[in-house]
Design a protein around this ligand. Structure first.
Ligand code: DX5
Ligand code: ZN
Length: 220
């Protein structure tokens, strides 16, 4: 399975987002962290900014909604042109209904799990979703260190996906770098979000290539 790299623009220069998206034109997705200051103690950007990013981005957008009431707000991100919309399991009232709605609108549907949220309740519902996002830090901020204790959950998710025969992607987000990406890939992740590791690098396209190569050696 190919390793997909999704740099998080949370670590980009927010005064120059169009230029910053151009720097990651070699990536598979641009990961956009939407935070509402309720679900997480941080506030980033909302729909009007996302709509403009979707218009100018050279790479498809991967929306990660760290917001309350995604049932109400997530479909608009699909309508705005997100290739993928991921909402948090802890915040959704009716995750299957919401995933179906996102797919109907033409987006991939993802379900995100905080580090302490179990994956088991979703393993019977794999046919309804396109991606599980296993958070490898507590959501809210870039630059935190990878929580090694999330690796068994990635492994369980990958085993269940393999048994199901479905093509559900497993994404990791938080603390992903040259030091951790191989372990995440080995556990079963195939989509890798990296914010500070990519935008903090001297050579941004080179860092994306390096991460893709390291992960690709370990994806199953
Ligand atoms: C954190 C966000 C991440 C963040 C990752 O809540 O969901 O996408 O940008 O940043 P790094 O890669 O620096 O840990
Ligand atoms: Zn994220």
């Amino acid at each position: 399975m190919a390793a997909l790299i999704a740099p998080s623009i949370l670590s980009a220069d927010f005064a120059n987002l169009e230029t910053e998206l151009g720097r990651i034109a070699d990536a598979d997705y641009a990961h956009v962290d939407v935070m509402d200051n309720h679900f997480v103690p941080n506030l980033t950007l909302g729909l009007p900014v996302f709509e403009r990013l979707a218009k100018v981005s050279p790479v498809p957008l991967d929306a990660h909604l760290m917001i309350e009431n995604p049932d109400r707000w997530a479909p608009a991100f699909a309508e705005a042109g997100a290739a993928s919309v991921t909402f948090h399991a802890e915040a959704a009232q009716a995750p299957v209904r919401l995933a179906r709605e996102l797919r109907r609108l033409g987006a991939r549907a993802g379900v995100a799990l905080r580090p302490a949220t179990p994956v088991e309740p979703f393993l019977d519902l794999l046919a309804e979703i396109d991606m599980i996002l296993v958070m490898t830090v507590e959501p809210g901020f870039g630059g935190q260190s990878f929580i090694e204790g999330t690796l068994p959950k990635i492994r369980r998710a990958r085993e269940a996906v393999s048994e199901s025969g479905l093509d559900v992607w497993i994404q990791v987000d938080g603390g992903v770098s040259r030091d951790t990406i191989e372990r995440a890939a080995d556990a079963g992740a195939n989509v890798f979000v990296a914010g500070s590791a990519v935008f903090g690098a001297q050579d941004v396209p080179g860092e994306i290539a390096t991460l893709r190569d390291l992960a690709g050696r370990h994806t199953h």
